[in-house]
Design a protein around this ligand. Structure first.
Ligand code: AHR
Length: 629
């Protein structure tokens, strides 16, 4: 886009948006003059729900600062001043002026999702900080809000000690997914792990004054809380003012945001105004980085980046003032030498796994990282031994693809004690202490299962009779098996004609897939209409068993699978398979990028979720020639 075109856009935009563009508009014209010789190629539109809160202002600042490093890119901001309908209009207006990419943060997911989905049909969209419903966006960047609420509940339990505490929750905004998720994590954990009661849950719209007013009203009616959990620091400050005004004593306050500025969470903790805050990164800088990558058509970008929140109390607040994180954030100690990575691969059970191993080897080579690759031959004990061996060898970072979700606490505590950061590759684990690993890079397995279920539901719409399903699961207690089952069942349960005959527990290998399908055919024979296998290899095994039985896979029995490997594409092409959900094994480049960041002292996200597609037989024909694994 030429400079003149942008200037014309700017003039029209200034007239049209009038009051709703504040600081950003001024910045834009200023830098426009400064760069009047240069060419402007990209225009990024940023839509805020409310630029009144400190967290949102910080987010805006980060985006502006980062984009200022790119002379050919400009940003325009809109502020909906906490009016959801206004934000819908802002996005439409930004679109009508030809922005090349939209960054959007929302308060009300239900109202904003449709307009964001519309925008996504035309340009890349980054959803920042506060989520929308569904997956109609290029990239989501934000914290794990449920975990944030869970951490706050654990902290409330600690602060309340033995007494049976009465809690008031001050939620962010009605309809905000961020507020709902935090609340869910808080309520569930508190209920499971304590006998404290949430006596009131009120809404403060993320604003200090509103929270203060609402609380004064409540407290005046005689309510006496032991703790107030406010979903951000502005409202936590409002809570403090309310209890002070009413002269209440002994009320603990938890907030969230952790900004380092006047009235920011770090200062509130330091001054004893609140007890605890959570540094929740706004993601502004990360969004701007990825916006530039997306505009330059970089490949292999993730779908979701989940940032890490940090709990701050009076015990550790000083370290955050010292150097940003005071060394608390995991990093690699020996910054200046070549990094030594120990990777404990789980096995060689599938085509997917072989492609994954290749990706790690080649990415390490390209990144100049010294890789020690060991294979656990699908044995958890062996995988643990390998990790212990890596500690003894003094590697700088350990990555592994855990066979199952449980059984890692002890060995990971040993790794933590040795000061070695851990990155989980491909599969997640269940540990109480989230600090036992630094980051996870892989897929959203629940969503993969949902996608398989949604396809089946959509092609079965016109069918009246029951559809009988056989499920062949992956390794018991492994993240992909647990989550792919969960996602699939969530969808098929909504349609009574989709009936599960039986779920068999497999192990992701072709041989077991074949064996289990043979068993299923022996029991249910021609009654089976659909096979849902948790990976391609087991689906391919099932196909062989069906053929041996004298039926036509893909025709007599529909085959749905997960992975999207070349062999699955071949089966789709010859009509023996019907649908595959992609699971991206090419995790090497993101892993090496994360390791380099750790080596440079840059905090890496808590989770990086890969971007994936789905393929029916028609779509597979196009993709077939592009598949490298
Ligand atoms: O964890 C990823 C899964 O493991 C793949 O879907 C499967 O093929 C592999 O063995």
């Amino acid at each position: 886009m030429r400079l003149r075109k942008v200037l014309i856009k700017l003039i029209i935009l200034g007239t049209a948006l009038g009051l709703i563009i504040f600081g950003g508009f001024k910045e834009f014209t200023k830098s426009q003059k400064a760069n009047s010789e240069g060419q402007v190629n990209y225009l990024i539109g940023v839509s805020h729900p409310n630029l009144n809160g400190p967290w949102q202002i910080q987010m805006n600042k980060e985006i502006k600062n980062e984009i200022a490093n790119h002379a050919d890119t400009r940003v325009i901001f809109t502020d909906a001043a906490q009016n959801d309908e206004q934000q819908v209009q802002d996005i439409q207006t930004l679109m009508s002026y030809g922005i090349d990419l939209l960054i959007v943060s929302v308060d009300n997911a239900a109202i904003l999702t449709p307009v964001i989905s519309q925008a996504y049909k035309k340009i890349p969209v980054i959803v920042l900080g506060r989520g929308v419903k569904g997956y109609d966006y290029t990239l989501y960047i934000g914290s794990d809000n449920q975990l944030n609420g869970k951490m706050a509940a654990k902290e409330a339990i600690r602060l309340l000690g033995n007494k049976r505490g009465q809690i008031i929750e001050v939620k962010g905004y009605n309809g905000s997914l961020q507020a709902e998720e935090r609340s869910k994590g808080f309520h569930e954990t508190l209920q499971m792990e304590s006998s404290h009661t949430i006596i009131h849950s009120i809404t403060g719209n993320w604003l200090k004054d509103k929270a203060e007013d609402e609380l004064i009203r409540l407290l005046q009616s005689g309510v006496k809380p032991d703790l107030i959990y406010a979903q951000n620091d502005a409202m936590a400050l409002g809570a403090y003012k309310a209890i002070k005004q009413l002269g209440l004593k002994g009320v603990s306050i938890i907030g969230s945001d952790g900004l380092n500025e006047k009235n920011g969470g770090l200062h509130l903790v330091k001054e004893g105004i609140i007890d605890t805050t959570y540094i929740t990164p706004t993601g502004g800088t990360t969004a701007a980085h990825y916006a530039i990558d997306i505009l330059h058509e970089a490949r292999g970008l993730p779908k979701k980046i989940i940032l890490r929140d940090h709990q701050v109390t009076i015990n550790n607040v000083d370290s955050y003032f010292k150097n940003g994180d005071g060394g608390i954030v995991p990093h690699i100690e020996n910054k200046h030498k070549r990094v030594k990575l120990g990777f404990a691969q789980v096995g060689s059970e599938s085509e997917w796994r072989l492609a994954n191993t290749d990706s790690i080897v080649s990415a390490a080579k390209e990144a100049g990282i010294d890789l020690i690759l060991r294979n656990a031959d699908y044995d958890q004990k062996k995988q643990i031994e390998i990790i212990r061996d890596f500690i003894n060898q003094g590697v700088d970072v350990i990555a592994f693809s855990p066979k199952t979700e449980s059984g890692w606490d002890e060995v990971l505590q040993e790794v933590k004690n040795a000061g070695i950061p851990v990155i989980l590759s491909d599969r997640e684990i269940n540990v109480d202490d989230q600090s036992l690993f630094t980051s996870f890079i892989g897929s959203d397995f629940v969503e993969e299962g949902r996608r398989a279920g949604k396809w089946l539901a959509s092609v079965s719409k016109s069918v009246k009779s029951p559809i009988h399903i056989i499920e062949i699961e992956g390794t018991a207690n492994s993240a992909p098996a647990v989550d792919r089952k969960l996602g699939f069942h969530e969808i098929v349960q909504q349609d009574s004609k989709l009936q599960l005959l039986k779920s068999y527990s497999g192990d992701f290998t072709l041989g077991i897939g074949k064996k289990l399908m043979k068993e299923a055919l022996k029991t249910y024979g021609r009654k089976i209409n659909v096979v849902y296998a948790h990976n391609d290899d087991m689906a391919l095994g099932a196909i062989q068993a069906i053929e041996d039985y004298g039926l036509k896979p893909g025709v007599d029995i529909k085959i749905i699978s997960i992975d999207g490997t070349l062999k699955a594409f071949k089966a789709l092409n010859v009509g023996k398979m019907n649908f595959t959900v992609e699971c991206n094994p090419l995790l090497g480049p993101e892993l090496m990028k994360a390791i380099k960041d750790l080596n440079n002292g840059i905090e890496i996200p808590q989770k990086i979720i890969t971007s994936e597609e789905t393929f029916d037989q028609k779509q597979a024909k196009k993709e077939f020639y592009r598949r490298s694994y």
